[in-house]
Design a protein around this ligand. Sequence first.
Ligand code: CO8
Length: 372
Amino acid sequence: MHAVAISSTGLFTPPEIITNEELVVAFNEYATQQNAAHAAEIAAGTRQPVPMSSVEFIEKASGIKRRYVMEKSGVLDPARMRPRFKARPDTEISMMAEIAVAAANDALQRAGKTAADIDGVICASANMQRAYPAMAIEIQTAMGIKGFGFDMNVACSSATFGIQMAVNMVQTGAARAVLVVDPEITSSHLAWKDRDCHFIFGDVCTAILVERLADAPPGAFEVLGTKLFTSFSNAIRNNAGFMSTSEDRSPDERDQLFYQEGRKVFKEVCPLAAEHMASHLAEHQLVPANVKRFWLHQANLSMNQLISRKLLGRDATPEEAPVILDEFANTASAGSIIAFHRHHDDFKAGDVGVICSFGAGYSIGSVVVRRT
Ligand code: CO8
């Protein structure tokens, strides 16, 4: 069995930013137009008005201040409220593959590696742009990587579950090195017309290079262990799928985009995530106090504060549990990886950290790493 390391990570940041202020102006204009168009039904009590959103609520409830998106004009158009993407011909690289290649090249360059060093690509994301061929194979071919690629989806835990698959393959010798890429174009599955969740998500792509410790550059993070957990829940869902047209569903039906019971998720997932990390650390004869940093999934600031408090028995400092969701919002599976990517340079040899994701499924994945 080979010892395994995360040699580097890469980040693709989308070109456009939507601030909470811009988002709320667009949403409230949409609400005003809807309410004017349906004034008679609202007055008759047969229809509820669309309630207004507010910047203050968003920041207090979530900690999110802005988000990156691939295209903002469509999202901010009150008559549209979704990104405006141009369909690409089959001869052109698809959008998810394009941003994955950018993040993967960033990771390769940081580790001083090339496509020739890689044997496999796992595209791990909360949603795939198409059914087939696999996104990962398009990414693999675009990068000139020999070997194999496949897609996997575990919603917000896709990256950590992908890391475990990569670690297993490198450990057993099935691959020398695997790139896990997490292109998250959440703007296409977010319900921008729903006040309860219109502020939650942002677009991004991260990449993680997993390889034999013996081949890794100095300062790489040895993977001490990975641990996965799932338990079925309807609290976070998206029912859009390949049977939607056969069911004569309209894309405008509410369940064809992301929907959730946010409070329930909050209450149920926080204790699960804290227990998961504590038990994972115990398997390695570690306790939370031995950990320099928790790179947590970035869904909600209060959620991360509560999880850290449960783990440490006190509030975590910003160094112990860094926050990136104020800038990026919830980027589904990429959040904990962005936190790792942005906040690991100060680690010294021997320092231990935990990457942990949690989300729809429910699903929780943790990776315990130690700097070499
Ligand atoms: N502006 C003003 N008021 C609002 C707004 C708004 N935008 N939204 C809601 N309100 C009102 C509500 O109507 C409610 O009013 P009232 O008390 O009169 O009923 C009040 O504010 C409080 O509402 P909530 O109880 O909903 O507010 P919370 O404090 O619970 O905050 C959150 C809402 C932020 C959603 C919070 O519950 C949360 O973050 N929960 C956890 C969510 C989470 O982590 N979900 C995981 C999703 S991640 C995942 O797995 C991804 C799946 C795949 C990716 C999909 C990409 C699109």
